[in-house]
Ligand binder design. Structure first.
Ligand SMILES: Cc1cc2nc3c(=O)[nH]c(=O)nc-3n(C[C@H](O)[C@H](O)[C@H](O)COP(=O)(O)OP(=O)(O)OC[C@H]3O[C@@H](n4cnc5c(N)ncnc54)[C@H](O)[C@@H]3O)c2cc1C
Length: 493
């Protein structure tokens, strides 16, 4: 067995699902060597998530990934626990972007590889040892068993994470108590059904392009099965008949799947040199497409921080902010998914709660609140340091007026660096900070514009994930913030 110990700044990412691939690209943008280990020898063709929400689309824009996506269909109709809801939000990326997960993975794979990520397929991680200065994994590979060392490792290996088991990370929460069966079926002709709650269960059916119909069904009171693989077609036919009275047996199953309402979150997203992201960090019912989006946003939060630490620019404490920020966001998403599971899969007793929620959604503010939550646009990290309206929130992707003309925020964030937006009128010291940290932060002079993002501040510090880390006028406070998030400059201070 050979051991690769050339790991000076290298990060191992276990799992080349969407989260592992996005993280790999982010790590490369931050300058860290990264090896991605994926057990599948070829990319999966399995039909999974199909929705990108507004915040994820913004992040893709900030990395220049949107052109390659083309013009995917957008669906403003959403739901909360099956109660219909318009998901329109302010900004250019409103609605649910319907992109098959296979396409998202293909795009992220190409991007990460073009940035220099070393993606190794057919590598299945079996063992993991964490020592003082490194993490070592043993993997089954096409060339036999191999060991690989790195300074850090990120588990992006999905909901049944091997890394979670190997590190003994606690994964508290509730196991699945209810289950949905799902099938893509060719050769059937049944009416479309959006969250149809019937006497014996819930039925959903949607005709997809190519003549295939996706059905999802839950029979009230049916116990969750112990499964080692997908359900058989006969089981789907039987449960569908029980709930709707219709016969699907003449169809041809293209894909079969079962999922439950398990709701679990890893206790800490950081275990020394091992970090967790995506489904490895949280298991949830795939309701409203939030699981994939939550995971991709984990990667956006972690990538630049881990790159800075792995490359020696920042202290390890920066990694704890990943746990602080994303664990809280994950808790909140898991709570809304739990509420949705109750509304969707509960028997008749939930009808009054559904009716009331429907009224609240129609009234306006509740809809706005839920839409901002589901799309991820309302995320505000507890950064502290003032009361500026954007502190901790993401900087909206508008256009900035600069002495060189208008510039888009997304373009400014493309290279994964931070931004220091400085008002024309700001003190010279603020402008000087931009020069001092010029290897990791782009300084931009902004012309006075009351509608602009400065909102009365002299300067705004924006992290590579687009969140505002400081807003104000005091150069000393700005220095502390920039040092906290970006480390010490190479020379001085
Ligand atoms: C069958 C299925 C259907 C789904 N349907 C929906 C849906 O309809 N809507 C929705 O929003 N979400 C859905 N989801 C959830 C969504 O697909 C996930 O949230 C998303 O894939 C999470 O991405 P990830 O990168 O964290 O994990 P994954 O996509 O699971 O990727 C993990 C990767 O790690 C690899 N891996 C695992 N163990 C090892 C190991 N030991 N060594 C090396 N590699 C390893 C796996 O092969 C995999 O490629 C579904 C998930 C599944 C599994």
């Amino acid at each position: 067995m050979s051991t690769d110990t050339s790991w000076a700044t290298r990060v191992i990412v276990v799992g080349a699902g969407p989260v592992g691939l996005f993280l790999a690209g982010e790590l490369r943008l931050g300058g860290a060597d990264v090896v991605v280990l994926e057990r599948l020898s070829t990319a999966t063709t399995e039909s999974r998530a199909s929705t990108l929400h507004a915040r994820t689309v913004e992040l893709f824009d900030c990395r220049g990934l949107l052109d390659a996506l083309g013009e995917p269909p957008r669906e403003p109709r959403g739901h909360f626990g099956g109660v219909p809801m318009d998901l329109t939000v302010p900004g250019p990326y409103s609605g649910q972007w319907k992109v098959p997960q296979t396409r998202t993975e293909e795009l992220l794979h190409e991007w990460a590889e073009a940035l220099g990520a070393d993606i190794r397929r057919g590598w299945e991680v079996r063992e993991l040892v964490q020592e003082d200065g490194y993490v070592e994994v043993t993997a089954d590979t096409p060339d036999g068993s191999r060991r690989l060392r790195a300074a850090y490792l990120v588990a992006c290996d999905g909901e049944d994470s091997t890394v979670r088991r190997l590190t003994g990370a606690a994964f508290p929460g509730t196991p699945a108590g209810r289950e949905l069966l799902r099938a893509d079926i060719a050769g059937i002709d049944i009416p479309d059904r959006r969250f149809e709650r019937r006497e014996h269960g819930l039925a959903i059916a949607a005709r997809m392009p190519g003549g295939v119909t996706r059905v999802m069904v839950h029979a009230f009171g049916r116990p969750v099965r112990r499964r080692t693989g997908p359900p058989g077609f006969a089981e789907v036919v039987e449960v569908w008949r029980r709930v709707t009275g219709e016969d699907l047996s003449g169809g041809r199953p293209v894909w079969l799947n079962a999922f439950g309402d398990a709701n679990q979150q890893v206790e800490r997203y950081r275990h020394g040199r091992v970090l967790f992201a995506g489904d490895a960090a949280h298991r949830q019912m795939p309701s409203g497409g939030q699981a994939l989006n939550l995971g991709l946003q984990d990667a956006a939060n972690l990538g630049w921080k881990l790159a800075a630490v792995a490359c020696g620019r920042s202290q390890e404490a920066l990694l704890d902010t990943y746990d602080d920020e994303r664990h809280a966001v994950g808790r909140r998403v898991l709570a809304n998914i739990r509420a949705q599971a109750l509304l969707l899969l509960g028997r008749r007793e939930v009808e009054p709660a559904r009716a009331l929620l429907g009224e609240l959604i129609a009234a306006g503010p509740t809809r706005d609140h839920l839409a901002a939550m589901i799309t991820g646009l309302d995320i505000r990290y507890p950064i502290g340091g003032g009361t500026h309206p954007l502190l901790g929130a993401r900087l909206p992707l508008g256009t900035l007026s600069t002495p060189d003309g208008p510039v888009g925020v997304a373009e400014l964030l493309r290279d994964g660096r931070g931004l220091l937006l400085v008002a024309d009128s700001a003190r010279a010291e603020l402008r000087w900070l931009g020069k001092l940290w010029s290897d990791r932060v782009t300084a931009v002079a902004v012309l006075p514009d009351t509608a602009g993002p400065l909102h009365g501040a002299e300067g705004l510090l924006v992290r590579p994930d687009g969140h505002v880390a400081w807003a104000g006028a005091d150069p000393w406070a700005a220095t502390a913030a920039i040092r906290h998030w970006f480390g010490r400059p190479d020379h001085g201070l």
